[in-house]
Design a protein around this ligand. Structure first.
Ligand code: HEC
Ligand code: HEC
Length: 232
C-alpha cells in the first residue's frame, strides 16, 4: 500500500470514530436529566449529597463507581437495605458491624443528616445507569441468587427472602452482613417464631437491633419463615 492511501485510511478512520464519539456524547448529555430524574432533586437530596461530600464517605465507598474500593458500592444501597438499614449503618456502625472484620467508623452523623443521606441514596438508586457499575448484582444479590437457584429452583420463600432480607443477611456466604448469617437459623427458631420476628423482632429477641420489616406481606412472611426454618 502506498503511503498516501495509508494516510487517507487513517484520516477517514479517525474522523468517523470522532464523529461517532461526539454523537454518542451529545446523545448521552441530552438524556441525563431524564435518566437521573433531575426533577426529583429535592432540597433534602441535595443536602444529603453535601453530607456525603462533607464527611468524605467516598474515602471508602463508591457511588456510580466513583470513590475508593474499600467498602461496598452504595449506588443501590437504598434498594438493598432500605432507609432503616442505612440509618443503622450510619448512626451506629460500631453496633451494626460489630461482628465484621472491616471497619466502618462512626463519623458523628446526626439524625437529621442521616435522613438527608437516605433521601440522597434513594435518588441515586433510581438513576438509570444501565446496570453500571455491576458489582451489586455480582457480589451481592445474584451470587446469592445463583446459589439459591442452583439447588432446587427458587421457591416462593427463597425468592422473597432474596428480595426482602438478603441486603442484610447472608446464606452460604452470599448476601449482606448487617444482620447475622442465617445458615443455621432453623436450629434456633421454628417457622411460626420467624414469622413473628420479621414483623416485630424484639418480641422474639428482646432488645433486637433488627428494624421491623413492615413492608413484607403476610404471605411473604410465612413463605420466608418456612424457607428459613429449613436452614439447619
Ligand atoms: C473508613 C472507611 C469508611 C468510611 C469513611 C465510611 N464507611 Fe460506610 N462502610 C465501611 C465499611 C468497611 C462497610 C462494610 C462493613 C461490613 O459490611 O462489614 C461500610 C458499610 C456502609 C453501609 C452499609 C452498606 C451495605 O451494603 O450494607 C452504608 C449505608 C454506609 N457504610 C454508609 C456510609 C456513609 C453515608 C459514610 C459517610 C458518612 C460512610 N459510610 C463512611 C467503611 C467506611
Ligand atoms: C436492615 C437490615 C435487616 C433487614 C432488612 C433484615 N434484618 Fe434480620 N436482622 C438484622 C439484624 C441487625 C439482626 C440482629 C439483631 C440483634 O440480635 O440485635 C437481625 C436478626 C435476625 C434474626 C435472628 C437471628 C439470630 O440468630 O438471632 C432473624 C431470624 C432475622 N433477622 C430474619 C430476617 C428476615 C426473615 C428478614 C427479611 C424479611 C430480615 N431479617 C431482614 C437486620 C436486618
Amino acid at each position: 500500500m502506498v503511503n498516501r492511501n495509508a494516510f487517507f485510511i487513517f484520516l477517514a478512520g479517525t474522523l468517523i470514530s470522532l464523529a461517532i464519539f461526539l454523537g454518542l456524547t451529545w446523545d448521552t448529555h441530552r438524556q441525563v436529566n431524564a435518566l437521573t430524574h433531575a426533577d426529583k432533586l429535592s432540597e433534602e437530596v441535595v443536602a444529603g449529597k453535601h453530607v456525603w461530600a462533607g464527611k468524605n464517605c467516598n474515602e471508602c465507598h463508591t457511588i456510580l463507581g466513583f470513590g475508593v474500593y474499600y467498602a461496598p458500592d452504595l449506588t443501590k444501597v437504598y434498594k438493598r437495605i432500605g432507609a432503616a438499614g442505612i440509618k443503622a449503618a450510619v448512626l451506629q456502625p460500631e453496633v451494626t458491624f460489630k461482628n465484621s472484620i472491616r471497619h466502618m467508623p462512626n463519623l458523628g452523623v446526626t439524625e437529621e443528616q442521616a435522613t438527608q443521606l437516605v433521601a440522597y441514596f434513594e435518588w441515586v438508586s433510581n438513576i438509570d445507569n444501565n446496570d453500571w457499575p455491576p458489582q451489586d448484582r455480582q457480589a451481592g444479590q445474584s451470587a446469592a441468587q445463583r446459589r439459591l437457584e442452583g439447588s432446587a429452583g427458587l421457591s416462593a420463600g427463597a425468592a422473597a427472602f432474596k428480595e426482602k432480607c438478603m441486603g442484610c443477611h447472608s446464606i452460604g456466604g452470599a448476601g449482606g452482613s448487617i444482620g447475622p448469617a442465617l445458615d443455621k437459623v432453623g436450629t434456633k427458631f421454628d417457622a411460626a417464631t420467624i414469622t413473628k420476628l420479621i414483623g416485630d423482632p424484639p418480641s422474639v429477641v428482646p432488645g433486637s437491633r433488627m428494624p421491623p420489616q413492615t413492608g413484607v406481606s403476610a404471605a411473604d412472611r410465612q413463605a420466608i419463615a418456612e424457607f428459613l426454618a429449613q436452614q439447619k
